[in-house]
Design a protein. Sequence first.
Length: 124
Amino acid sequence: MVDKLKQILSQIKADRGAVTLFAIIKMDEITDKWSVFLSAPWINEQNMSEVFSYVRSLLLQSLTEEEKSTIARISIFSSNEHIIQLITTAIKVEAGSIATIKDTQLNGYKIHEAYIFESNSVLP
C-alpha cells in the first residue's frame, strides 16, 4: 500500500501542485485504521469538498478492497491548520523519502503509527 500511496502523491502533485503534508496516520482513538492526511497551499474552504472527492477517487482507483478497508477517514486541510503546523514543524520529509513513526505523542495527539510521505514547513 505504501508504494501505491507514493504514486497517489505523485499524481496529486502533477495534477494540482505543491503539497504541504501527505501521510497516513493511526492516531488517538482509531488505533487499527488509517487516516489519510492531505494538506496543500492550494486547499481552501471553497475547494475542500472537491479535493476530498478527488483524493477519494484516487484511493478507490488505486487500492484493493482489503487496503480500502484499512482506511477510516480522509482528512483534507489547508496549510495553516494547527495539526498540520504541528506535524510539519516536528517532522521533515523531502520528496521521495518516507518517515515512519511509532508510538509518539505530538502535543496531545497520540500517534500509534504513521507513514509521512511529504512534510514541508508552512511559512507564516
